[in-house]
Structures are given as C-alpha cells and as structure tokens.
Design a protein around this ligand. Structure first.
Ligand SMILES: [Zn+2]
Length: 239
C-alpha cells in the first residue's frame, strides 16, 4: 500500500462521515416529531367529533319526534275545535266533554313543546361543540400541511447534498485499491462508521485513545507500506 492510497482512503472516510451525518439529519428532522404529534392530535379530534356527532344525531331524532307529536296533537285539537263550533253537536254534556278533550290535547302539546325546547337546547350545545372541533381540526390540518411542506423541502435539500457527496465519494474511492476499501468497509461497519483515522502523535482520531509510542513510531516509519490498525477501535491508522 502507498501513503497516497491511504490519504485517499481518509478522504473517502470524510465523505462517508458526511453522508452518515446527512442521513441522520434526514431521519431526525425535528418537524417529523412535530408531524407525528399533529397526526395523533388530528386522530383524537376526529374521534371526538365522531362521538359528538353520534350523540347529536340521537338528540336531533328525539327533537324531530317531539315536534311531530306536538304537531299531531295540535292538529287533533284544531279538529276538535272546528267540530265544537260547527254546530253539529248540540248536547251540552257532549260539548263539555269535547271541550275538555281539546283542552287536554293542548296541554299535552304544550308539555311536548317544553320538552322539545329542552332537547333543542341540548342539540344546539352539541352543534356548538362540533363547530369548535371543526375549527380545531382545520387548524391542525393546516399545521400538518405546513410541516409536510417543511419536511419535503428539507429532504430535497439534504438529498441534493447527499447526491453530491455520493459522487465525490465514488470519485475518491476510485483511487483506493479494492482490497483496502473492502477492509475499510468491514471495519467501518463494526466501528460506528469509523473505518479509517489519522494517527496524531500516539492518538487515534477515531476513538481518541492512545496506542503505545513504539507502535506509533513503527507506523510512521512504515509510511503506509504496511496497513496498520488502531488497537482500541480497529480503524485503519494513517500516519
Ligand atoms: Zn481508534
């Protein structure tokens, strides 16, 4: 091996480190966590709205039923009235009974109308809750879209940088012998991304630990003729 080839390998390592950093940044964009929170928020709002709509529909059906019943009682009372004043019935007892019927019908209708009013108030309260939830939903949806836009833009930017690094890395790797590159890749996979490192004094710049000074001297004397490794992290050491 030559020192030039080892220097080229160090540059490959620089590009790989840069690519690792870019991929990490892409995967951990802070907006991703915010988007997840917002998505969960939307799911919660939807579930709440569904539940309240269900309750509102039940109350609305009740309101309609009470309204129908009140109308029908009213119609029956009106019929009774018409008959009462039509002059077709002349018996005072019968007239009195009919009048009592009409009054009872009107009372019943009035009770139903009171009930209907209560039910209507409950329904209006639920309508207001649904409206508020819809407003919250619109805000959450807008925020979700904004975050998706920010993420897409950040991804595009990172992908562009990654593509540049990929090209630069490939060009650099062309001047490194295949066996050395394979050795580097293996070590890089086992050593959290650091397959090659500069030897500075007696210390390895990958793990920042020291190797014996006689070992460091030997590596410098060999000047790349023999491939050396860090005793501590296993990275290829470049003098
Ligand atoms: Zn090391």
């Amino acid at each position: 091996m030559s020192l030039d080839e080892l220097e080229a390998l160090l540059l490959v390592q620089e590009h790989d480190t840069a690519r690792d950093r870019l991929r990490h940044r892409r995967a951990t964009l802070p907006e991703r966590a915010a988007l997840e929170t917002q998505t969960a928020n939307l799911r919660g709002l939807d579930a709440q709205a569904r539940e309240i709509r269900g309750r509102r529909d039940v109350v609305l059906a009740d309101e309609k039923r009470l309204d129908d019943e009140a109308r029908s009682l009213g119609a029956r009372a009106d019929d009774g009235d018409t008959k009462l004043y039509s002059g077709t019935v002349s018996s005072p007892r019968e007239l009195q009974a009919m009048q009592a019927d009409v009054e009872m019908l009107r009372r019943q209708r009035s009770d139903l109308e009171d009930q209907e009013l209560e039910v209507m108030e409950a329904r209006e309260l639920l309508d207001a809750q649904i409206e508020a939830l819809e407003a919250d939903n619109a805000v959450a949806r807008a925020e979700t879209e904004r975050l998706q836009g920010v993420i897409a833009a950040a991804e595009a930017e990172i992908d562009e940088e990654l593509a540049k690094e990929d090209t630069a890395r490939a060009q650099q790797a062309a001047s490194v012998p295949e066996s050395l590159l394979a050795d580097y890749e293996r070590r890089r996979a086992q050593n959290k991304g650091a397959g090659a490192a500069r030897l500075v004094g007696t210390s390895c710049t990958a793990c920042h630990l020291s190797i014996p000074s006689t070992e460091a001297e030997r590596i410098r004397r060999d000047a790349g003729a023999v491939v050396a490794y860090c005793d501590n992290c296993g990275a290829i050491l470049v003098p």
